[in-house]
Design a protein around this ligand. Structure first.
Ligand SMILES: O=C[C@H](O)COP(=O)(O)O
Length: 261
């Protein structure tokens, strides 16, 4: 932690949980744990790499009563695959790498041929210099100006450095306050581990949702969590129970997600 305490306009409810999965087997494990958002991405190929559209298609049938999310990758892949996202999906997220101005970013978001029922979730990278793009505060401002209702803040480089290695607590609190005042739902991700999220909660940094992959995977022989490895259902339950204990609520088939807070 880089700051002892901060004050934020934290949401009154506990955050939701988004877990990234690479296939139907993992998605089913996550669905059994009643996780709020099941997010499809291929962790071996980068921060937001898409899975094959056939996996989206299978999920749209077998998990159609869940809140499903598709990672579309960055501008070089998103435009060509956005139209393939099944309309049963709730969300699709696109990375901002290479987008150095608000205008570029808006053109990217506007150009994606998503089905009308799929909500675009803009993404910003805490390590934006490495991704050659706008900083989170600028992406958030662009999202607000363009009428988007959600933003995921993630890390571009998955090398073990987490969200909080790139953004101070004060910076995170300021982003959450701006988002809260604008009615934007923020998801925080980027090699976040459960104790880290709990510490952030203790100082009032509470997003609308936590996005996790590495911390719900099995560790390798050296004891390091492997985000590219296989999902560990016990670690999924650990996150889920922890958030539920703090008063979290599930997304039901009827309600999907609550209104942004
Ligand atoms: O969308 C959230 C990401 O999948 C988080 O992945 P990570 O925990 O491995 O950084």
């Amino acid at each position: 932690m880089n700051q002892p305490s901060v004050t934020t306009a934290a949401p009154s409810s506990a955050p939701q949980l988004l877990i990234s999965v690479r296939d139907i087997h993992e998605a089913t494990l996550v669905a059994e744990a009643d996780v709020d958002v099941i997010d499809f991405k291929e962790p071996r190929r980068g921060a937001l790499a898409p899975v094959e559209p056939e996996i989206w298609s299978a999920a749209s049938t077998s998990l159609r009563d869940r809140s499903l999310s598709a990672a579309l990758g960055e501008s070089n892949t998103a435009s060509s695959i956005a139209a393939l996202v099944p309309n049963q999906f709730r969300f699709a997220k696109v990375g901002p790498s290479g987008m150095r101005s608000s205008g570029q970013l808006r053109r990217l978001w506007d150009s994606l041929p998503l089905p009308p029922t799929v909500e675009l979730v803009p993404v910003s990278y805490a390590d934006h210099e490495a991704a050659g793009c706008l900083a989170p505060a600028d992406v958030l401002a662009t999202a607000i100006e363009s009428g988007h209702k959600r933003l995921l803040i993630d890390t571009f480089i998955k090398n073990g450095r987490s969200l909080t290695d790139h953004l101070s607590n004060a910076h995170l609190a300021s982003l959450l306050n701006t988002a809260h005042n604008a009615g934007i739902w923020i998801a925080l991700a980027g090699s976040i581990q459960l104790p880290q999220a709990q510490r952030l909660h203790e100082i009032g940094i509470v997003p609308g949702c936590w996005g996790v992959r590495g911390d719900v995977c099995r560790s390798n022989e050296s004891g390091h969590l492997q985000r590219t490895g296989s999902l560990d259902p016990n670690r999924v339950l650990r996150w889920q129970r922890s958030l539920r204990l703090t008063g979290g609520f599930p997304i039901t088939a009827e309600s999907k997600l609550p209104a942004p807070r």
